[in-house]
Design a protein around this ligand. Structure first.
Ligand SMILES: [Zn+2]
Length: 146
């Protein structure tokens, strides 16, 4: 966080073009070899929105940048408090087109926070039953199948 504050004082644009520094995005090979367990996810990743989002971006599960379809310009990550979950979106400075940070990702259509979704994916990939997932995550059946 301190590094971000310093960067801002030096005149870095407030709305960034990427979520994490591009060099932080892992190689696909790393992704294939990824080993996480529930405790790791819960302790280190789903602690808050930003940590979850950055982890998903670094592991290529969310895009690190977006391009405006109309002018093919790089969009900027912009705060948007009206959004139900992410409170930010990509926005083009030229045409004001906005785009969800979830676009074209696994998370695009779900009505859950990124934190909730990541935990659900974990429980699913480890072959837990829906009932076990609901108990573990305290979510309703309707939420789970959405
Ligand atoms: Zn545009």
């Amino acid at each position: 966080m301190a590094a971000v504050a310093v960067a801002r004082r030096r005149g870095r644009p407030q709305n960034p073009l990427t979520i994490v520094p591009p060099a932080d995005v892992v190689d696909t090979v790393v992704l294939m070899d990824l080993k996480v367990n529930a405790k790791f996810i819960h302790t280190w990743i789903t602690v808050d929105y930003e940590t979850t989002r950055n982890w998903l971006v670094r592991h290529r599960l969310l895009a690190n940048s977006a391009t405006c379809r109309q002018y093919h310009r790089a969009m900027r990550l912009t705060k948007c408090e009206e959004l139900e979950f992410d409170k930010e979106q990509w926005r083009c400075r030229d045409c004001s087109m906005a785009q969800s940070i979830r676009k074209s990702s696994f998370f695009e259509d779900a009505h859950l926070s990124l934190m909730e979704q990541l935990e659900i994916i974990y429980w699913w990939t480890t072959d837990n039953s829906q009932v076990a997932i609901m108990l573990e995550l305290n979510v309703s059946h309707k939420t789970l199948i959405d």
